[in-house]
Design a binder for this molecule. Structure first.
Ligand code: ADP
Ligand code: MG
Length: 704
């Protein structure tokens, strides 16, 4: 082994202030106290805060840090930071200072973060507070590092202004009901239950050079126009294909950088669309998983740039090929390390597992609209419902064997031995492959995949906090329902097992409508779902109304996650964000159509008209006369649609409430964008290649 060779685990988490590192800098007693606070919560004394802050500072300075920052997640989704120097000049003496109070709290100027009307600018105070359950880490700059402190963010009056607080609160809620259920089944050892998350991240990598020539990609993250490439993804030759060496170089460096932050990923591979990839992290505790995913997205972007790539996290950067999502794998694990969604060898006997499964069905059945709302934004609208992404209707896929068990219980049948299938793949050298208890249904937005749920409707660029909070609350609701049911059935069924079976039977019968094992992309399903009464919001403004549904408001308020006012603010912020994206798209496409598309078309008309004048008779003349006429009509259509887009943007900018503006953009705005795009794409296919100044799909998607 060469001297430089360092096994990857030696670098793992080297930039994270882990418990091991803390132990090197603080006393045993302080470490013990701090560990209890991290694991179980509780107040942090001023003295302990000072000790921990000192330890962090020493470690950070030892590792080249000059600044520290609270790192938080305002409601705009992406993270925010404001760096403060450790360096302090005190009576002419230069020292490095970082106190307990600086660690615990900071006050960034908050006037420019969205608050949904909760905070007026004149009282712009917002506070960030350290979240000790997510470890601090070092972010490397080109010369020095910054000590980064994961934090929550709230207003002067304690109103929630961020996305993290709701996650932390919802984790406590789901933990407490899950523990109650475990106790009911006689569990005496589990002290806590945590949510585990593994968000698989999809993304595109394209050449930085093309990216810079496409103003639409640069400013909106997606192509607002672009004719399809003759070769798109029809050969499906990219999926799991050999990874291009240039991309592999990117992935290797990414792997290393993530590893330093203590982020391990399990798999990396090519996705279905050309230039599309995915990485799947090792699952960790939910709050940490959210923070790690945010770090991952940021690190990916930086590493991509170093390799001459642009990273596209938009949900639908290109029309006609797959978009990108995040498959959020969600499960519960108790303090004994047992996965509560693990069926075990004979799932039908595993009543506790089935109770948790039934709880999830109850939750999704009652709140499927909330799941849709949680992932609603302008980008994801293009993806949900498109024929490669989960549709906007939230149904659950359970899978063959376990589905059969549930149905048998529902019918009151004796759950006779259903032999576990074993797959004989008929290759002698291979060991027998045990069939998973679930087969795969790639089309379902919520799927049970053997020992966890996979929520596939989350957008690739999104902060997963919103979806995770919704999942946690839905699950808490479902478990509570099962607890109540079992209590009610106690008289009739004195044994917990029997009461549980009876409760499962009822739950399975009640939630039949939300289960769907077929093809979610099929048109039939959309009709069927309408008959079943499942909500199917077609765009973000429509989906957001679900938050205002009294049942949803009650779910958030009764568990103390958000107040009614904070929910209103959330909807307001999300509508405003939607409006900003749509207005930008309208204004930008209009501009590109005017200054890039139209001049190319006019020049083409001129060339054909000139050629036509040269010819006196014959077939060629006919063709050119026809072309000039056709392109001149196209020019008319272009002008008309540019005008239409401009009119909608102007009307929105002029007046109207946020609510009506969002709704109008969701309907008319999107239609106008699509129509103008269609004309532009026709122009692209009609004009001389040298007149078309934008990189084409065929180039962007097949060349680096
Ligand atoms: P699959 O076989 O279903 O693809 P993998 O084991 O390959 O599952 O994991 C896929 C993703 O699911 C990974 O990101 C992984 O971390 C995550 N995952 C696996 N088990 C759990 C769990 N118990 N809780 C949360 N996420 C999980
Ligand atoms: Mg995938």
């Amino acid at each position: 082994m060469s001297k430089e060779s360092v096994r990857s685990y030696q670098k793992f988490a080297c930039d994270v202030f882990t418990r091991d590192k803390m132990a090197q800098y603080i006393s045993k007693e302080a470490l013990k106290e701090m560990t209890t606070i991290i694991d179980e919560g509780g107040p942090l004394s001023r003295q302990l805060a000072d000790q921990v802050a000192h330890a962090m500072k020493e470690w950070a300075l030892d590792n080249g840090a000059t600044h520290f920052t609270h790192w938080f997640q305002p409601m705009r989704g992406v993270t925010a930071e404001k760096h403060d120097s450790f360096l302090t000049i005190d009576n002419g003496i230069v020292i490095d200072r970082f106190s307990g109070s600086q660690l615990i709290q900071s006050e960034p100027d908050a006037s420019s973060f969205p608050s949904g009307g909760m905070r007026s600018t004149f009282e712009a105070r917002g506070y960030t507070a350290w979240d000790p359950t997510s470890p601090v880490f070092l972010a490397k700059g080109t010369k020095n590092s910054t000590l980064v402190i994961p934090s929550v963010y709230m207003s002067y009056n304690g109103e929630v202004l961020d996305m993290k607080t709701q996650v932390l609160r919802s984790l406590e809620v789901v933990e407490s009901v899950a523990l109650k259920m475990l106790k009911k089944f006689g569990n005496r050892t589990a002290k806590s239950v945590m949510v585990t998350l593994g968000p698989e991240q999809e993304y595109f990598l394209i050449s930085q050079a093309y990216f810079e020539k496409r103003l639409d990609l640069l400013l909106t993250g997606r192509t607002l126009l672009g004719a399809p490439s003759a070769k798109h993804q029809q050969f499906e030759d990219h999926y799991f294909g050999a990874i291009d060496p240039r991309v592999l170089a990117f992935m290797e460096e990414l792997d290393e950088e993530l590893s330093r932050r203590g982020i391990a990923y399990k798999t990396r591979h090519n996705e279905v669309a050309p230039h599309q990839y995915e990485l799947a992290p090792t699952f960790v505790e939910a709050n940490l998983a959210v923070d790690q995913n945010l770090q991952t997205m940021e690190i990916m972007r930086r590493v991509a740039e170093r390799h001459g790539f642009a990273l596209l996290l938009h949900e639908k950067p290109f029309v006609g090929i797959n978009g990108s999502g995040k498959h959020v794998n969600w499960s519960l694990m108790d303090s004994d390390g047992l996965n509560l969604f693990e069926p075990g060898a004979a799932p039908k006997r595993n009543i506790q597992f089935l109770v948790f499964l039934a709880a999830m069905l109850k939750g999704v059945d009652r709140y499927s609209g909330l799941l849709r709302a949680a992932v609603a934004d302008a980008g994801n609208d293009h993806r949900l419902g498109a024929n490669e992404a989960p549709p906007a209707i939230m149904s659950v896929f359970i899978g063959g064997y376990i589905g059969e068990v549930l149905d048998a219980i529902a019918k009151g049948e004796d759950i006779a031995d259903l032999e576990e299938a074993s797959l004989d793949i008929n290759v002698k050298q291979m060991p027998g492959v045990q069939l998973d208890c679930t087969d795969r249904n790639r089309t379902s937005p919520v799927a049970f995949t053997g020992n966890k749920f996979e929520f596939r409707a989350v957008g690739s660029s999104q902060n997963i906090s919103e979806a995770v909070t919704a999942l946690n609350l839905i699950m808490a609701y479902g478990i509570q329902e099962m607890l109540d049911k079992m209590d009610k059935l106690k008289g009739e069924y004195p044994k917990v097992r029997d009461a549980a079976l009876a409760a499962i039977r009822e739950a399975v019968q009640e939630t039949r409508r939300v289960r769907f094992d077929g093809n979610n992309y099929a048109d039939d399903w959309h009709q069927e779902a309408a008959v079943r009464g499942l909500p199917a919001a077609k765009n973000t403004p429509e989906a957001l109304y679900t938050y205002l549904d009294p049942e949803v408001v009650s779910l958030y308020t009764r568990y103390g996650i958000l107040t009614h006012k904070e929910i209103d603010a959330k909807v307001e912020v999300r509508r405003e964000a939607y409006i900003k994206v749509k207005l930008l798209e309208l204004n930008l496409l209009q501009e590109i159509a005017r200054i890039t598309v139209m001049p190319a078309l006019v020049e083409q008309i001129r060339r054909y008209a000139e050629a036509e004048r040269v010819l006196t008779t014959g077939r060629g003349k006919e063709v050119l006369v026809g072309k000039v006429k056709y392109l001149s009509d196209l020019l008319g259509a272009l002008e008309e649609n540019i005008h239409q887009v401009g009119a909608i943007a102007a009307a929105i900018q002029a007046n109207g409430s946020v609510e009506s503006a969002a709704n109008k953009l969701g309907e008319d705005g999107n239609k106008a964008l699509e129509k103008l795009r269609a004309v532009c794409d026709t122009v692209e296919q009609e004009v001389d290649a040298e007149l078309w100044r934008l990189p084409r799909y065929s180039q962007i998607l097949h060349l680096f």
